[in-house]
Ligand binder design. Structure first.
Ligand code: FE2
Ligand code: FE2
Length: 280
């Protein structure tokens, strides 16, 4: 007999209802892999899909990044942020509807974590804070996949969180046999996500286990904590997540850095309210 873990893994991964990514992404990924492709060609391929491009540009111009001037073309966005970040933004806009339907407050929680991760990465002195923020944006994607694939357990999960006053993470473990971080690993492979992004998604609850990019796992771990501390959106329960002190060592953050991060978030979290990738 199949155990709970394998049975649920199969159901989660049945391709039937997995969120689909825009077809243009396939073409673009091929272009990116070819060293002869130019940024121009890649930008053109993405721009074919006008609705998608508008959504991606709206994300690029959101308070998460705070660029001083408006970025109005995909070409410019690619030069500024790089393809990996743009790919992450394409994914986030593609799952936006599913995410808002799956869990009340999860979109806001994800945006908050993206903003917090960028702020933390900047304080830690990392040169591409946008790469960290896109990992923050997608960190709880596995929660969405569960609800899309197994809608019947949504209520069971919520009830267990309420009844036992446990975290959503622990409720997933109890009911499914694994949590969303495991699902993030499967979906990252399925969508062929860059390793750095994958590590942020997979190890945001257990940053010590990240082997290749502990920096991004630590940033998202702390970003998730901050987002919950400031009560931005909802990750499925009201608890402030456990904070591993280990992250301060890896990120070399001192008290003064932490104060700067808190000040910044205090100012900026409110700017996210009501923001969506869709046109107004
Ligand atoms: Fe999580
Ligand atoms: Fe989270």
């Amino acid at each position: 007999m199949q155990d709970l873990y394998s049975k649920n893994k199969d159901r989660i991964l049945s391709v039937k209802d997995l969120p689909t990514l825009p077809t243009v992404l396939e073409e673009v990924s091929e272009l990116v892999e070819n060293p002869d492709s130019s940024t121009d060609q890649i930008a053109k391929a993405i721009s074919q899909d006008q609705v998608l491009s508008a959504k991606v540009l709206k994300m690029v111009n959101s308070p998460i990044y705070g660029f001083p001037r408006r970025i109005s073309t995909i070409q410019h966005a690619l030069v500024l942020l790089g393809f990996n970040v743009i790919k992450g933004l394409i994914i986030s806009t593609s799952v936006f509807e599913a995410m808002t339907e799956a869990m009340h407050g999860l979109w806001e929680h994800s945006l908050g974590c993206a903003l917090a991760s960028a702020a933390i990465a900047r304080q830690a002195g990392f040169k591409d804070p946008e790469e960290y923020s896109v990992a923050g944006l997608l960190h709880d994607l596995g929660k969405v996949v569960t609800i899309v694939q197994l809608p019947e357990i949504k209520e069971e999960l919520d009830d267990l969180v309420q009844e036992k006053d446990i975290s959503y993470y622990d409720a997933e473990k109890e009911i499914l046999g694994f949590s969303h971080d495991r699902i993030n690993a499967w979906i990252s492979d399925y969508w062929n996500l860059p390793l750095k992004l994958r590590e942020g998604l997979v190890w945001h609850h257990r940053p010590k286990s990240a082997q290749h990019h502990p920096d991004v796992a630590c940033v998202v771990h702390l970003g998730n904590f901050m987002t919950r501390l400031f009560q931005v959106g909802s990750g499925g329960d009201d608890n402030v997540s456990y904070l591993h002190g280990y992250v301060f060592k890896v990120l070399k953050l001192k008290q003064s850095h932490l104060e700067n991060i808190m000040d910044e978030l205090d100012r900026e979290f409110s700017q996210l309210s009501g923001f969506t990738p869709n046109q107004d």
